[in-house]
Design a protein around this ligand. Sequence first.
Ligand SMILES: Cc1ncc(COP(=O)(O)O)c(C=O)c1O
Length: 375
Amino acid sequence: MPRPISATVSVSALAHNLAAVRSHLDQTAAAAGGVPPSIWAVIKANAYGHGIEQAVAGFSKAQGLAMLDLDEAVRCREAGWGGPILLLEGFFNPSDLEIVDRYHLSITVHQREQLDMLARARLSRRVDVMLKLNSGMNRLGFSPAAYPAAHERALLLQQQGVIGSIGKMTHFACADGPQGITEQLAVFNSVTHKMTGPVSVCNSAATLRFAEVAVGSESQAHWVRPGICLYGASPFADAEAAAFGLKPAMSLRSEIIAVQELKAGDSVGYGALFRADRPMRVGIVACGYADGYPRHAATGTPVVVAGVRTRLVGRVSMDMLIVDLDPIPAAGVGAPVSLWGEEGPSVDEVALAAGTIGYELLCALAPRVPVTRDA
Ligand SMILES: Cc1ncc(COP(=O)(O)O)c(C=O)c1O
């Protein structure tokens, strides 16, 4: 018998979340009298832990897919995705361009070295590029001072038949927080307003809170790049995914594999971090940090056992964690445990209790956890 832990990825929840984002964008565009943006569903990091093939199935109605790894892009093509694919970091060396060419990928161009490589490349067809501006995050992108010259070079490569369309792109550092996008958007607009081509600026947080900036017109197409919200998790510390009509796409489940009866004063787990203040039952769950459950989740982190919400107690160990069974007296060995997902808690609640974000937990699901795909 394998350990009773598994993750389920719901393709219908992925599709539902995409449709929810689509509807939000359509409503925003209708209210503004403009053209709704297209969606690049971001599926980097193995689709935030959900699996590339599941993402291709769940996001079949997206206009495009965006990711980092060439291998993942190739897997999308092999899984039957014929639409646009954007590589969010572009390419890293000249040999990557052969794959870009063969699999008809679009690329982010964020630095001079990439333009140099493109100038030397021998491609069988034009490659569409999104030219990235560093509008203040200081991660990837041409500085505002360097961007116009980079754009001129891209135009030259376009005239030479190397580049196809040239889009304008940036990434917001604070769309999820009180600072918002105002400053970076002002930089982006001031640098790029005279340049034509598709525009892409919004991640999940900006798509959900500032969709009006992604409304296009007949002459100006817009694309948004949501990631985390499509998996049913929230990009915000102060708002739950469910508030946006999103459904969790990944459910991590296990079972109680042993029960201990504690006397007042007994402790559980490494470091004896939790001590019972009265007689109580605790359940040992087959799930630990080697499965991707966060070791920093503290006593009190929500866990659902047999449909009832209870709490983690003590320190998470490599293969097991311990839960308070007092609210569920009937639960014994074999009782179902939901660590996060459909039956709750949400991955964001667990992340909060562990001092991290849902993104990290979803991406960190360990390869040893078997993943089943739900319709
Ligand atoms: C360039 C870019 N666009 C979009 C996204 C999607 O972000 P999120 O998952 O917050 O929607 C990311 C993720 O980090 C990104 O790096």
